[in-house]
Write a protein that binds this ligand. Sequence first.
Ligand code: FAD
Ligand code: SF4
Length: 559
Amino acid sequence: MRGNNEFDFDFIVIGSGFGGSVSAHRLVEKGYKVAVMEMGRRWTPDNLPHTSWSLHRWLWRPKIGLRGFFNIQFFRHATIFHGSAVGGGSITYACTLLQPPEKVWEAGSWTGLSDWKAEMPEHYETASLMLGVTENRILGLADHLLKKAAEASGTGHTFYCTKVGIFEPPEGEQGNQTFPDPYFGGEGPARTTCIACGGCMMGCRYGAKNTLDLGYLYLAEKHGAQVFPETRVVNVKPLGGASDGSAGYEVSTVKSTAWVPHQHRRRFTCRAVVFSASSLGTMELLFQLKEKGSLPAISSQLGKHVRTNSESLIGARTPGYSEDVSLGIAIGSGVYIDEHTHIEAVRYPRGSDAMGFLTTILTDGRPGPRRIALWVKNVMKSMLRHPIQTVRVLQPIGWAREFVILLCMQALEGEIEMRWQRPWFWPLRKFLVSHGKKVPTYIPKANEFAKTLAKLTGGFPMSMLPEILFNVPGTAHCIGGCVIADSSTHGVVDSRHRVFNYTNMYICDGSIVSANLGVNPSLTITALAERAMSFIPPAAETDWNDAAKDTAKHLTVAP
Ligand SMILES: Cc1cc2nc3c(=O)[nH]c(=O)nc-3n(C[C@H](O)[C@H](O)[C@H](O)COP(=O)(O)OP(=O)(O)OC[C@H]3O[C@@H](n4cnc5c(N)ncnc54)[C@H](O)[C@@H]3O)c2cc1C
Ligand code: SF4
């Protein structure tokens, strides 16, 4: 058995997003020696891309030289967008930080495992303070158009300004002014106020967005956490013959941005591990480790109860519009067009037009060949009626300046499952493959809303091309896959995020979220991680023996 000083670290945190940064900060505060392994790069205002045309600094696909922070993964049931960077999804996210309705604690596998309604408000409050949540005061043209369209369709009273994590200038003042740390009593970095450039999803080049590297992670590093950027974890295995991890773990990494990553293999030892690699990242890593025999006793519930929100991206484009709809913050406002359907006005900054290739003339109708035929008919009809305008609306140049994106989310229950399989088109290796009932890509009321908004500007209502051609919705809100439950027969972790069948092993990220939130998930992931860390004793008091009680004893742990 090793002594405490023979381990490289007390805790290794895998991933530096919302769950990972909270964990690192709180563990360092409790006196632990912490490392954070992050496969993405570190970003600063100087190296962030100016527009989405800078593909190699925007997209994350390191094997083909794309070393940005925005990752897109394609599945049969959804195209999933997520972030990969020091600071995880916070570098590319739109900083909308909303609290879900209380009813989410009465749905899904976490129901009844804790007095969530009594416990969570305190953690939401801490999370909101740490992320600097404020009500948006910067309304751009896209927000005003959203409000007008809601009024025209009888739902104007539901218009609200989003709660966001942005350092906004005081009422009536201009942005771009630098102040000493406004959030952490002088412990944090100086910050500059928002200039409403609409660039949040391309990374804030002004230091106004409350990204994790300026908050939780900044404080963790300042107080001793060691962050390893461009370092991908490829193995985690128990040490010293104790298959449950009670004697510690060995964590192996490779350089994620190297052309030949396995040449840069490194090994670290630690007493405890926190998986915080995001819903997809943690599922992928755990499936690999379960299969290769490093962590064989991970629950077979891994990959189940994955939720993607029911989302559809639509919008309106007005070629040659005299005003710039990209000004404002990424998501400034929202409306509820009915009890279940929520629409937010979204934007990319001027010049970030690459997504313009994915949008096309709005097309109604049920998914399948008929919808595709209808789309072809709509495009041809538009070409005959307004040939110049139609060409202008279908080409990408000027897209961000002219396009009001509408993100439509439905809080309807629906889930898919991820399995670790060889897809039919690529039998050489296994990947995450989605299964289950398809999420609808056509939300009729949302399409009507896009038409109303387009009328206000004299523009064209628009849809996403992949939704029409492949009936696959896009989502930036993938959660679940390692859900909280009473035992390993129903989930992967217990209500304190401890992984069933292992000791001193935790999951703190979107994968443990066990119900459909119906709102953007980052505030909830942060609050849940705050709660999970509150159960870990200070370093001086730990006996390194923290394990979930599993009421299902059917699993055999390999020796
Ligand atoms: C364009 C966009 C806009 C969004 N806007 C919003 C919004 O406005 N509001 C909101 O609430 N949510 C938003 N989201 C979603 C939000 O970003 C995620 O829900 C959130 O980041 C998830 O937090 P997490 O802790 O689960 O992990 P993440 O923040 O995703 O972090 C996981 C980290 O782990 C790293 N990692 C993965 N595997 C490994 C490995 N094997 N080794 C080392 N590191 C690894 C990844 O690189 C990543 O940096 C948006 C997402 C996108 C893509
Ligand atoms: S609108 Fe511009 S300045 Fe403001 S937070 Fe977003 S990127 Fe930063």
